[in-house]
Design a protein around this ligand. Structure first.
Ligand code: HAM
Length: 418
């Protein structure tokens, strides 16, 4: 029969990789609550309109990358390509904004984007995502960046670059947008890629982060957004940088960092690694002061970021995680011992030990090979002699020492060996 394969860009995670993911999640769950963040789990699917309005109809994510299916009434639903829009929907719909001045949420889980798969780029990928709603003050920006850097540091990741920029607000950005558009219009259009020629009209800022070398070269002297910002935006950004300096968080200002989603205002950032190939952005985020309102909620500013877990996993690959060796392996030398062996394994698990059972009876040599493969620290050997005398042989797999104990004393025996 023909084999059925996984969908392209969708991956399985076997225990070794799951352990890495669990470690990242545990670190997030340890760090974020110390900054007042609580976990919010939102659905994997939302109405497509939410992402169109939230992320922006002109973005690649909405234009090309969403998995959309109609519901039974023909209304389009989409697998979430990111967490922010869903978190905003939940925040508005629950009315939580009326009850608390500041809300802080983190969300961990799979996201879906129909991109061309390559190393570090999947169609189903996982994000650790944080959002802080309420404060407009620069301390909130600096704090969430510090939290993100603490999280990455706790994972043991050091060679990362924090790139930061400010994208202005609804009063100064349109002016910059016009300036940039006019500047771009004076270039030789035939030298810009097709995407940039289109973006120039729809969202000229996106031209700045085009990866095509010819476009980069042509726009190298483009006007810089920071030079065009209003005094409030400039003061806000300076305060964010001052706090980062005070906390000794190194950063690089990247004038071309505009991010691929439309909701950003003011502070925006990415964390980049040069150790994992072309998909080196391991985290990205920023402020989005108009988003809640744009989605039908009150005028509440917000800020957040997301880390890509597959990309973090690439950086963590080869990292020694504490081995999870089970406590015991019950080896069965004769079929007559199977009931007693099963009962022994269950009683030990009730006592809090971990381990597995050799279901089939085998020769001593074969069973010890199985026991070795299980990685257990102790093999509990049961044969006809032991069954008759109500005992078990405990073999220490590291030292090779073994001793016979009554079945009822195995738990105490294992505890004594620890
Ligand atoms: P983003 O930059 O689109 O931002 O994604 C954040 C991170 O998710 C990226 O830096 C990358 O590590 C990872 N990522 C994105 N696409 C893929 C993919 N196809 N395969 C593997 N990893 C990927 C957002 O999603 C925003 N919602 C972040 C945010 C939260 N901004 C404010 N709040």
């Amino acid at each position: 029969m023909a084999q059925i394969q996984a969908i392209k860009g969708f991956a399985d995670q076997f225990p070794a990789q799951s352990r890495l993911f669990e470690m990242m999640e545990a670190t997030a769950r340890e760090v974020f609550p110390r900054y007042g963040f609580g976990e919010l789990r939102t659905p994997l699917m939302e109405y497509t309109d939410l992402f169109c309005r939230g992320i922006g109809t002109e973005t690649d994510v909405v234009q090309k990358e969403m998995y959309c299916i109609p519901d039974s009434k023909g209304r389009s639903m989409s697998l979430r390509p990111e967490a922010t829009a869903g978190v905003m929907r939940a925040y508005i719909e629950s009315g939580v904004h009326a009850r608390e001045a500041v809300s802080r949420f983190f969300t961990i889980g799979p996201m879906f984007r129909h991109e061309r798969p390559q190393k570090g780029r999947m169609r189903q990928f996982h994000q650790i995502n944080c959002e802080c709603l309420g404060p407009k003050e620069p301390e909130a920006d600096a704090e969430i960046i510090c939290m993100m850097m603490e999280f990455l540091g706790r994972l043991g990741l050091r060679n990362l670059t924090l790139q930061i920029n400010s994208l202005g607000c609804s009063s100064c950005r349109p002016v910059y947008r016009r300036n940039l558009h006019d500047w771009l219009a004076n270039l030789d259009q035939s030298k810009l890629c097709e995407d940039c020629r289109r973006r120039m009209e729809t969202n000229p800022l996106r031209v700045l982060d085009c990866k095509v070398p010819a476009c980069k070269e042509l726009t190298a002297d483009a006007p810089v957004i920071l030079d065009n910002e209003c005094p409030d935006c400039r003061a806000h950004f300076e305060a964010v940088l001052r706090h980062l300096d005070a906390e000794k968080i190194p950063y690089e200002i990247n004038h071309r960092l505009v991010r691929g989603l439309d909701y950003y205002t003011r502070t925006t950032w990415e964390v980049v690694s040069n150790e994992i190939g072309s998909q080196g952005s391991v985290a990205g985020g920023g402020r989005y002061d108009g988003l809640v309102e744009q989605l039908g909620g009150p005028s509440v500013p917000g800020i957040g970021f997301a880390c890509g877990m597959e990309r973090l996993a690439l950086l963590l690959e080869g990292r020694e995680l504490p081995a999870v060796s089970p406590d015991f392996y019950v080896a069965v030398l004769d079929d007559s011992c199977r009931d007693a062996a099963f009962a022994l394994a269950q009683s030990l698990r009730r006592e809090g030990f971990s381990g597995t059972l050799g279901y089939e009876s085998r020769s001593m040599k074969a069973t010890m090979r199985q026991a070795g493969k299980s990685g257990a620290r102790y093999t509990l050997i049961m044969g006809t002699n032991e069954l008759a005398s109500g005992t078990v042989i405990i073999k220490n797999m590291e030292s090779g020492e073994q001793r016979e104990v009554p079945c009822a004393d195995v738990a105490a025996g294992l505890n004594a060996e620890k």
